[in-house]
Design a binder for this molecule. Structure first.
Ligand code: PLP
Length: 395
């Protein structure tokens, strides 16, 4: 059994989540619950595999081994996704993968579609590459974000969209897209020749009864129009290792993607990323993942009950996967700056600003709950203390 209760001091490890506090929040006196990086130990069996590799004194250029290809194939098979080794192309991380995809599959000036609210780098991948981002807001309906297919089709036609960057499961809301929704979306994209880049990095942490269905697993035709991106980075807390891969069944697209990698000389993977991925994508990895998922659900329940009891005006979007909670503070604050100030200076918390997730993120904040129960309790108690500093607070 994994002990998720350890309190870990990450100071002195150059951890982005801690070291960027002053830059982002103007003070280092906040509990950081922002970037999607866990304050949980990377599992022992992965650390052990890295230590074993270090017993050999040569750390030279490294290839992806047949074992690693097989580990990815086996891992994806749990989602009934039949992947061939020849379809796998490594990436340095998933964000690197979708930036390269934009370069490889679109031309300068082309429209890249994203559905907001969304993981902020999705909004930037197009402008970073002289393309334009087009946004299609998700609809809030029946307690979930939903895709407005009619609006989406109009946007695709009006803006002549070439590529959809699809977040599956969805960050920040933790929405797990259902098979029927995926089919409808995939068919729409096929109809209008929009390539789908499906970022599935959060998929391993899907909560039952929801199920992860890889977009490219839906049919051979859909696989030909899909680039899947994934990584063990989120589930096993390997962000610092920069690991990831693309699965591209269509040989023409795969060639273009590899050419984009060649253009910036991204040709070889990182030795330690490979070792960690192989260790993660194992039977040990599956058992660990199951324990993690159950732990995360407990933390989500704790946060949900806390808000119900102490801040019933705050909307807690129930994640169906992963460790991010999208919180709607709009009933308490009409100004985003006042919300941010309150969280930083009164509650002492560093969360992700909802506005960075797109225009419909105003009023929201994203909270990362992959922390020990004691750290979570500390964060919630700070929030409770900050209650008296709320505008219009009445005892
Ligand atoms: C949807 C999504 N894609 C990609 C990433 C980044 O992954 P990587 O570190 O592999 O680039 C994140 C990190 O939060 C994410 O949430």
């Amino acid at each position: 059994m994994t002990d998720f209760n350890q309190s870990l001091d990450r100071l002195g490890t150059d951890a982005e989540k801690y070291e960027l506090r002053t830059t982002l929040f103007g003070t280092d006196k906040v509990l950081p619950m922002w970037v999607a990086d866990q304050d949980l130990a990377t599992p022992d069996f992965i650390v052990q595999a890295l230590q074993n590799r270090l017993t050999h004194p040569v750390l030279g250029y490294t290839l992806m081994s047949d074992r690693l290809y097989q580990a990815i194939i086996n891992w994806q098979a749990q989602y009934h996704y039949d992947v061939k080794a020849s379809e796998i192309v490594f990436t340095h991380n998933v964000a690197n993968g979708f930036h390269l995809a934009v370069q490889a599959f679109t031309e300068p000036g082309d429209a890249v579609l994203v559905q907001t609210p969304v993981y902020p780098p999705f909004l930037k991948a197009a402008p970073h590459n002289q393309r334009k981002t087009v946004t299609a807001p998700l609809q809030w309906q029946d307690g979930h974000y939903q895709i407005d297919f009619e609006a989406l089709e109009s946007i695709i036609l009006e803006q002549q969209v070439k590529l959809l960057l699809f977040c599956h499961p969805q960050n920040p809301s933790g929405r797990v897209w259902q098979k029927s929704e995926l089919l409808k979306l995939a068919e729409l994209c096929l109809k209008h020749q929009v390539l789908v880049v499906s970022d599935e990095i959060h998929a391993d942490m899907t909560f039952a009864p929801h199920q992860h269905v890889p977009m490219a697993s839906l049919s051979a035709e859909i696989a030909q129009n899909t680039v899947t991106l994934s990584s063990p980075g989120k589930t096993f807390n390997l962000g610092g290792l920069q690991t990831g891969y693309a699965i591209i069944a269509n040989p023409r697209l795969r060639r273009r993607y590899i050419q984009a990698c060649q253009s910036v000389s991204i040709l070889e993977p990182n030795l330690f990323a490979n070792v960690a991925m192989e260790a993660a994508y194992s039977e040990d990895g599956k058992s660990y993942r199951d324990e993690l998922v159950s732990f995360l659900q407990d933390n989500i329940q704790t946060v949900t009950e806390f808000f119900q009891q102490h801040f019933p005006q705050v909307g807690v979007v129930q994640p169906q996967a992963s460790f991010l909670i999208w919180l709607d503070f709009s009933a308490l604050f009409s100004e985003q700056s006042a919300l941010k100030n309150w969280l930083i200076h009164e509650a002492g918390l560093g969360l992700n600003d909802g506005e960075t997730f797109g225009e419909n993120g105003t009023g929201f904040m994203r909270m990362n709950i992959a922390v020990s129960p004691s750290q979570l309790a500390q964060a919630l108690s700070q929030l409770e203390t900050a209650k008296s500093a709320l505008p219009n607070y009445q005892r």
